[in-house]
Structure formats: C-alpha cells, structure tokens
Design a protein around this ligand. Structure first.
Ligand SMILES: Nc1nc2c(ncn2[C@@H]2O[C@H](COP(=O)(O)OP(=O)(O)OP(=O)(O)O)[C@@H](O)[C@H]2O)c(=O)[nH]1
Ligand SMILES: [Mg+2]
Length: 336
C-alpha cells in the first residue's frame, strides 16, 4: 500500500494479470475513485496493464437493448458457451441508478441478475450503477472494461437502453449485440428513424414464444439489410432463446466470426485506437467543457497527439488534464 491506502500500481497490475479476483475488484474500485491521488494511481495501473495486447487481443462485447428483453439471461447463456469453449470471461453489468419503471415496475419485477457459480475461476462478474446524468454510459465504464481485457479473453458489458446508451456502447465495444424483444415494434421504429445504428449482431430473444419472435426477426432483417454496405460483414439477425438455449451456439459463432472479421480486415487496432481517443476527448469535455478542450488545443490537436502514441493514451490524458487545469488556474488569476 502507498499513502492514502492506495495500492501499489505495479503490484496490483501483476496480480490483475494473474486474474486474482480480489485484485480485479480492487482495480475496478480504483478506477471509480475520483480523488486526485487515486486518479494518478489509476493512470499508472492502466499504463502497467497496457501494451500491444490492448490493440490486438481479447474481445470486448457490448450487449444492449430495451428493458426486459432478456439481456442478462442471454449474457448468462453466452457465458456458458464461452466457458465451454475454454475462454475466460469478465462481465460488467451496468445498471442505471435511476431507471424509469415501466408499467408500474411489473416488467422489471422479475429481472434476472446474471448468476453463475462463484467458484469458477475463469469468470468474473461486476455490477455497477451508472451515474451519467445524460443517460448514456458513464465514462468510467470504458477504462474498467480495458482493465478486464488485460486478464480475460472475453469482456462483456451489459447496458439497458436505446439512443445515447446504444451510441456509447458502440464507442466502447469491438462487437455490439442488440437484444430485441419479440412483438415490440420499438426496435424497428428506432432503426427506421436512425436513432440506433445497425448493431453488428441482432439477437431476437425468447424464440420459445414462437410466431411473435419469428415475425420480429423477419421485420428486423428487412430493416437491417444494407445494400449500400461495402464492408464484408453481414449484420446477422439471430433467433435465440436464453431460456431453452436454442440458437446459443449460432450466436456464439457470430461473435467469434465478427471478432475474426475485424482482425482479418485489419479493423480491430484502428477501432480500439479510435475508441481510446474518443474516450479521452469525451472525458475531458465532461470535466472541463468545450472551453477546456480548446485550452488543450481543440479536438483535432488532441486526436493528433493521441494518434502519435497509441500505447500511452492514459498518461497522455493525464498530461492534458494537468495542462488544462493549470491553464484554467491562470485564466482565473486576476490580471494586474
Ligand atoms: N420466454 C422467455 N423468457 C425469457 C427469456 N430470456 C429471458 N426471459 C425473461 O424475460 C425477463 C427479463 O429477463 P432479463 O434477463 O432480466 O432481461 P434484461 O434485458 O436483462 O432486463 P433489464 O436488465 O431489467 O433491462 C425475465 O422474466 C426472464 O425470465 C427467453 O429466452 N424466453
Ligand atoms: Mg439485465
């Protein structure tokens, strides 16, 4: 331990890389700590964990969709598939702290929490409440997912919602899976109106309900076809049932296929680098507003600096932050 009961970042990084549960939990807490000393420590931790692996290894999967569609049930079923194929899995279940209760809460009354055997060493699950007032995914989630990527083969982020959340999750994940609720026209409306981008994979859950699920899948397939698309990805729409495990193997294969597609097409490293710099800009903007961004040279200068050295983005972020802070202090000094 260093001062203020903060961990030694080198030792913590070593333990995280060995996938020690307590260390992973401690690291996630550290990333959530807003104190200045903790922030410095967190940046050092991320720097020790980073390296080439960050741009090339693992698979960061975002699972999103409307409340009650079965995201948690589906993630549990997917975890089983991944564990069967020998992959280690980390899950971040993001729970908005003030979610709107639909239909008086009846729909959410029987929500499923992801439940798995706690003695499974290859699986780590963490629930966290988002505190982003604007409704999107809180900016802590991204470094947290990266910490987990340092020690798990697959990292899954589950978030509820459409709109801003969907955009945010696409800015974090390698692969976005949208879980649709059978019989609900919402998803199709969102797609048509462009509120949601077409996700990499559509999972229409609850296929055990029969006709409504098949109908929703067919409607989504029509809306999601991309005749103008030049990429080779086919945006599959997959009928699954978390309850009966029907279609789970196919869904697993779509995930693996998309990961391979990104890698083979040379898209993975640039995608992650883009996500990194988007995060830095977003975080600086959250903290200091547009004025603060200008003090650091503006959007494009920041992007350029980050692109020059992709493996030290967190240190670069901390340097920019210090720079903005010192500029802000000097701006606030009375002129004599
Ligand atoms: N029939 C059927 N019901 C399912 C299936 N998957 C989930 N459910 C039910 O759907 C409800 C919601 O499941 P959850 O997994 O909690 O859904 P969620 O999308 O994570 O919900 P939130 O996190 O609250 O947004 C529960 O009552 C589940 O039992 C399925 O494949 N078939
Ligand atoms: Mg859930």
């Amino acid at each position: 331990m260093t001062h203020n009961n903060l961990p030694d970042p080198t030792q913590l990084a070593t333990r995280i890389l060995r996938r020690e549960r307590a260390a992973v939990a401690e690291g996630l807490n550290l990333l959530d700590n807003k104190l200045a000393a903790a922030r410095q420590c967190a940046v050092r931790l991320l720097a020790f964990l980073s390296g080439e692996r960050w741009l090339t290894e693992g698979h960061l999967v975002g699972v999103t969709g409307p409340p009650g569609a079965g995201k948690s049930s589906l993630v549990s079923a997917m975890v089983r598939e991944w564990r069967l194929s020998g992959k280690t899995v980390g899950v971040l279940a993001v729970d908005p702290s003030s979610r709107p209760e639909l239909g008086g809460g009846a729909l959410l009354g029987d929500r499923i929490r992801i439940k798995m055997p706690s003695q499974d060493e290859g699986l780590f699950i963490r629930s966290l409440a988002t505190r982003n007032q604007l409704g999107g995914v809180a900016s802590e989630v991204w470094p947290m997912s990266w910490l987990m990527l340092a020690c798990f083969d697959i990292v899954v982020i589950e978030t509820v919602g459409v709109g801003q959340t969907e955009i945010d999750i696409a800015e974090i994940s390698d692969t976005v899976c949208y879980v649709a609720q059978p019989g609900s026209g919402d998803t199709i409306q969102y797609l048509k109106s462009g509120i949601i981008e077409i996700p990499d994979i559509f999972a229409v859950n609850k296929s055990d309900l029969g006709a409504p699920a098949r109908k929703t899948a067919a409607e989504i397939s029509r809306c999601a076809s991309r005749p103008d698309q030049r990429e080779d990805w086919d945006y599959p729409v997959c009928l699954v049932s978390a309850a009966t495990a029907a279609g789970m193997r196919q869904l697993h294969d779509h995930f693996a296929r998309h990961r391979m597609f990104l890698h083979d097409a040379g898209l993975l490293a640039p995608l992650r680098a883009r996500h990194q710099s988007a995060w830095v800009v977003r975080r600086l903007k959250e903290e200091f507003g547009t004025f603060g961004l200008q003090l650091a040279g503006g959007h494009s200068v920041i992007q350029q600096r980050l692109n020059e050295d992709r493996s030290h983005q967190f240190e670069e972020y901390e340097r920019m932050r210090e720079h903005i802070l010192s500029r802000l202090l000097s701006v606030n000094q009375p002129t004599v």
